[in-house]
Design a protein around this ligand. Structure first.
Ligand code: CUK
Ligand code: CUA
Length: 644
């Protein structure tokens, strides 16, 4: 209990200060707007009409459950990819093909809180194949295929109470990790919340990614003490084979009323030797636990998602598997944990601290070899802080959260409370530069900035609060991204642009890597959808009791069939619409008056299904909802519904 009061007072002071800072900054911003060299900034972000951006940036949508895709440096919004949300624009979560993606062991859940996008990697570099993103609430990890920019898979996590420290990847995406946010009873059981301490548990999931198809599955979990697990990042280079997670609430408090969760002066960074864990798995030193979870995969040939139910998961107990987990004491509720491009330094940002703690991977290995342990926590060795710390950055800021790297030996850290980004030097720990952000920056992103070979050049601050930066839009304002040129010694703010939802984290990659993999059409001859119609001659209506299947085709600019009769009130009508086009950028849409399920948006060569249940007799029009040609407005038809 020693530091209970001071920490609590400090927390309040910090929050008050945050409010004060935001207020003064808000007033200052209009003055500050003049401080920007407008013509030089404009030139740096200007992408001439018809030209492409240099980078793709992928931003999490937070509580929107989506990912948004921007071009950098222009800040132009290119696409919104629905992941954990339904999206009427694309029919995602409404058509029969994508509904299974949102199934969980708790039923159909068309929402989640998406925090961290992470690009798949090859040799420690983003390879442009996939983008992973976590669902924080009902613990899930999604994989977006970057050849189609569509959600290809969503896996649920067993034995987890939320999923925040996720989905960070190893050097070759051998694993994508997911640490529980909250500890819960594992296995789940009905018990008193007050008995949390010592009884609740955490889990860290190691999700394997099949190199050929990208298919995910939970390879194994490491069962952990009942702390909260906040963020993670993979080792690289010399530290490849390790994964680092921050923890907080090592007091195992179940209520904030007593503010117990910030009582300890130091929490831990958990260092997991996953290569060693894998050896234990191969030796069979795991327990198989009953725990149900779903894997929902979209099959690109069948144009259809299917759910697979798993009933068991392999679990490692670190007390029975020595060498897998070590705790590195880290001051003041570490939030972000980031590993520099050489893999030598592990940076833990204690969010209630002003200084940054940098641990040395080499020193950590040395201490482990010397068996120089300070203590243990639930049978897990705790290293001596002095044995592992490489340095401290005296930042002069408040509320450090996240760090990224430019590949030139510099690190950039966000400070949420003092609303700024601080640039500092790895190895000497000296502060080189600082810039204000508007306001309350959370994560920041440098293209490739958490990989072995950052592209550098730009830094994007992802801000929670916009205040006076844009035209007001009622009580709710868009969150905001700010683009800084970091190619010189001084960071230079060059652009503000609004984001969709809360941009917790982002990733960016050189545009050509993704462009070269981007799909233009789905070949019609490869379409294996169970209800495909490959030519207009095969278009037809099949009625079986009260189930009607309409095998429909679209091509500029008509539907076949376009007059449908014989439907009765109470029927279930499935429109299986195949887009016969084989040209890039010619989707067709489909909807019908009274459709209970949004619309379809069908890509060239694809089949999608809309379920419609007519409730009234009459004649109902349907039409194409997506502009496709000069005759788009004529692309329509009629359905006749008779009383039963
Ligand atoms: S968290 Cu949002 S500022 Cu969910 Cu990555 Cu740190
Ligand atoms: Cu087809 Cu508009």
């Amino acid at each position: 209990m020693k530091s209970f009061k001071p920490i609590w007072t400090m927390l309040i002071a910090a929050l008050l200060l945050a409010a004060a800072c935001t207020d003064t900054k808000a007033k200052k911003s209009s003055e500050n707007k003049g401080a920007i060299n407008k013509s030089s900034a404009a030139e740096k972000v200007y992408v001439a009409p018809g030209e492409y951006d240099e980078f793709y940036a992928f931003m999490s949508g937070g509580f929107s459950g989506q990912v948004s895709v921007y071009g950098l440096p222009s800040g132009r919004l290119l696409k919104v990819v629905p992941v954990f949300s339904v999206d009427g624009e694309k029919g995602y979560g409404f058509n029969e093909e994508t509904k299974p993606l949102l199934e969980t062991s708790h039923g159909f859940i068309p929402w989640d809180d998406a925090h961290h996008p992470e690009l798949s990697q090859t040799n420690g570099k983003p390879d442009g194949k996939y983008l992973f993103i976590n669902g924080n609430n009902t613990p899930r990890v999604a994989r977006i295929d970057l050849s189609t920019f569509e959600t290809a898979e969503i896996i649920e996590l067993p034995n987890a109470g939320g999923n925040h420290s996720s989905p960070f990847t190893t050097e070759n995406s051998e694993y994508v990790v997911a640490g529980t946010r909250f500890s819960v009873p594992i296995p789940q059981t009905d018990m008193s919340i007050a008995d949390y301490k010592g009884k609740f548990k955490g889990s860290l999931s190691f999700i394997s990614v099949d190199p050929e198809h990208g298919h995910m599955d939970v390879d194994f979990q490491v069962l952990m003490p009942g702390f909260d697990y906040d963020l993670a990042h993979g080792g690289k280079g010399k530290s490849h084979g390790w994964m680092f997670f921050t923890t907080y609430n090592t007091e195992e408090s179940h209520t904030l009323k007593e503010v117990n969760a910030s009582q300890n002066d130091k929490d831990y960074i958990a260092a997991i030797n996953w290569k060693k864990a894998k050896e234990y798995i191969e030796q069979g030193k795991y327990k198989e636990m009953d725990s149900e979870y779903l894997i929902n995969r979209y099959d690109e040939k069948k144009h259809l998602a299917e759910s697979i139910t798993r009933k068991k998961v392999r679990v490692l107990d670190p007390t029975e598997c020595p060498g897998v987990v070590y705790f590195l004491p880290t001051p003041k509720s570490p939030h972000g944990v980031d590993v520099d491009p050489t893999g030598s330094y592990i940076i833990g940002n204690g969010k209630l601290n002003a200084n940054l703690t940098v641990h040395s991977f080499d020193k950590m290995i040395q201490a482990i070899e010397n068996k120089s342990f300070a203590d243990e926590a639930y049978g897990i060795p705790v290293l001596n802080f002095e044995d592992v710390v490489a340095g401290t950055v005296e930042s002069g800021g408040l509320g450090p959260l996240h760090t990224e790297f430019d590949g030139e030996g510099n690190a950039y850290t966000t400070f949420f409370i003092s609303s700024e980004v601080v640039k500092w030097k790895l190895g000497t720990w000296e502060v080189l530069d600082r810039v204000p952000t508007y306001y309350s920056v959370g994560h920041l992103m440098i293209p490739g900035g958490d990989s072995k070979e950052p592209w550098g050049k730009y830094m994007v601050a992802l801000n929670k609060i916009t205040k006076d930066r844009y035209l007001p839009t009622g009580p709710e304002l868009a969150h905001s991204a700010q683009l800084y040129d970091i190619s010189g010694d001084k960071m230079e703010l060059i652009l503000d642009f609004p984001t969709i939802g809360e941009p917790h984290y982002a990733q960016a990659i050189a545009a050509d890597i993704v462009m070269n993999r981007s799909k233009k059409i789905y070949p019609l001859e490869e379409n294996e959808h169970p209800h495909v119609t490959k030519s207009e001659a095969d278009a037809r209506v099949e009625k079986n009791g009260n189930e009607v299947h309409v095998y429909m085709t679209t091509i500029r600019s008509h539907f076949a069939p376009d007059n449908i009769e014989g439907i009765e009130v109470g029927d279930k009508v499935y429109f299986h619409v195949t887009n016969l086009e084989q040209d890039w950028d010619v989707p067709h849409g489909f909807s019908v008056l009274g459709a209970q399920n949004a619309e379809l948006l069908i890509m060239p060569g694809q089949t999608e299904t809309l379920l419609w249940e007519p409730l009234k007799p009459g004649v109902f029009p349907f039409y194409c909802t997506d502009f496709c040609s000069a005759l788009h407005q004529e692309m329509q038809g009629y359905l006749r519904v008779s009383a039963k």
